[in-house]
Design a protein around this ligand. Structure first.
Ligand SMILES: Nc1ncnc2c1ncn2[C@@H]1O[C@H](COP(=O)(O)OP(=O)(O)O)[C@@H](O)[C@H]1O
Ligand SMILES: [Mg+2]
Length: 400
């Protein structure tokens, strides 16, 4: 049987570029090579697409330590197979049009004149499906998904709408509200409103919410631009910080209030029209909240799988996770994150991540492993779900 050619797309222009390299390296390692042929496709931080002619070499034999045993960063070519592809690969592009009569393919991006003598189609690299292992802006937000739709290539994960809706905390909350799901009290203000009249905006926020509040750029991830404002004095700087990253700023009631930290419960969801939820897990950040350093730099955060919850609570989280997945019209996979008041044990839906961290030790795969789906099987299921969704879409006609 012919092996399915899976293009693994990684890196990208977002702040989570390095996390993506780690996620992709994990997928390369775990994917069943008797069933799939892997085509690694890296996107540099500048947005250039590269693939490896000699992918196999690049994907093997790279260790996580340099010659001197010094630990390397994810972006160093020797640290991960994905970083190696980025540094030594050849430039390619996906033409944003369906490839009539043949498999979708990456075309070499012309750099040197000598290669022009051969027809581009002779050197095109075919793929059957793309797995975008990309986090954040230009990866998780519907933009890449839009390109793949135009190119008519099946892909893993949420479509354009689900990705975009899951990325925008303001729109996501509107959809959760419409589905009557429990979310924290919040307001959304525009950067231009803040620039126009800071006093007025502050008054508006204080009329709706009590301190502490969390101030977030609507579109981003990894806690970038997010701060906790404990009082009026901290509100202004928190808004200024968030306004660096987006024109829309979301301000939320802090769960746990002045005295307590919110509990952070997460559920993994897998499926298309019949999504299923994993057991719920818990993250206990080593800091006051799960900010960027707690996520990626400090060692102090702990994971508990399954989370310590009553039977009824566990059931409630799983049910809400599936409902959240449906509310933003997701497909394939998503990690749904909750906040829980430790005192009242009230549950709030915080956010949905349509391309969660995907290294073998990330929360999403770990939650599935604890629910009976091992990492290589998970990858297989996701590829099958991507193909299923593509086939489903092929049933649509676009005109009468
Ligand atoms: N309303 C809130 N109450 C308490 N803690 C919060 C609240 N909102 C966010 N946090 C804390 O900030 C972290 C990052 O916020 P989140 O909305 O998940 O942003 P990101 O999309 O960057 O992960 C959360 O994991 C949690 O620790
Ligand atoms: Mg989060």
């Amino acid at each position: 049987m012919k092996k399915l050619r899976v293009g693994i797309l990684f890196g990208g222009r977002s702040g989570e570029h390095e996390i993506s390299l780690l996620s992709a390296a994990s997928v390369f390692k775990a994917i069943d090579k008797t069933k799939y042929e892997v085509v690694p496709i890296g996107i540099t931080k500048e947005g250039r697409w590269v693939t490896a002619g000699d992918a196999v070499n690049l994907l093997h034999g790279k260790t996580a330590k340099s010659a001197r045993g010094k630990p390397l960063r994810a972006g160093d070519p020797q640290a991960t197979s994905s970083a190696a592809v980025l540094s030594a690969g050849q430039s390619v592009i996906f033409p944003p049009e369906p490839q009539k009569g043949r498999n979708p393919s990456l075309e070499p991006f012309q750099a040197d004149v000598s290669s022009l003598t051969r027809r581009a189609s002779d050197r095109a690299i075919n793929v059957d499906i793309i797995f975008p292992v990309l986090h954040g802006t230009f990866g998780e937000d519907g933009t890449i998904q839009g390109l793949l739709e135009l190119a008519d290539i099946p892909y893993v994960g949420a479509g354009v709408l689900g990705s975009a809706a899951g990325m925008d905390k303001d729109i996501m909350k509107s959809l959760f509200q419409a589905a009557r799901l429990p979310i924290v009290k919040h307001v959304t203000v525009l950067r231009s409103q803040w620039e126009g009249d800071t006093r007025e905006v502050r008054k508006f926020i204080e009329s709706k919410l009590k301190y502490p509040v969390f101030v977030k750029p609507a579109n981003l991830g990894s806690s970038v631009g997010i701060s906790k404002a404990h009082d009026r004095e901290e509100l202004g700087p928190a808004i200024e910080e968030a306004a660096k990253y987006d024109r829309k700023i979301v301000i939320e009631q802090g769960v746990g209030g002045k005295k307590n930290k919110a509990r952070e419960i997460e559920c993994a969801v897998l499926g298309n029209d019949q999504p299923e939820a994993s057991v719920a897990g818990e993250i206990v950040p080593g800091k006051e909240f799960y900010d960027y350093t707690a996520k990626y730099l400090d060692e102090g955060s702990e994971l508990f799988i399954p989370a310590e919850l009553s039977k009824g609570e566990m059931k409630a989280f799983r049910k809400l996770a599936v409902a959240a997945f449906r509310a933003v019209d997701c497909s394939g996979l998503a990690r749904v994150d909750f906040l829980m008041d430790p005192k009242s044990r009230k549950i709030y839906l915080n956010e949905i991540n349509t391309m969660p961290g995907f290294t073998s030790i990330s929360m999403y795969p770990k939650l599935w492993a604890a629910s009976g789906v091992e990492y290589p099987t998970l990858i297989e299921r996701l590829i099958a779900l991507g193909l299923e969704r593509y086939a489903d879409k092929k049933k649509n006609q676009y005109s009468r």
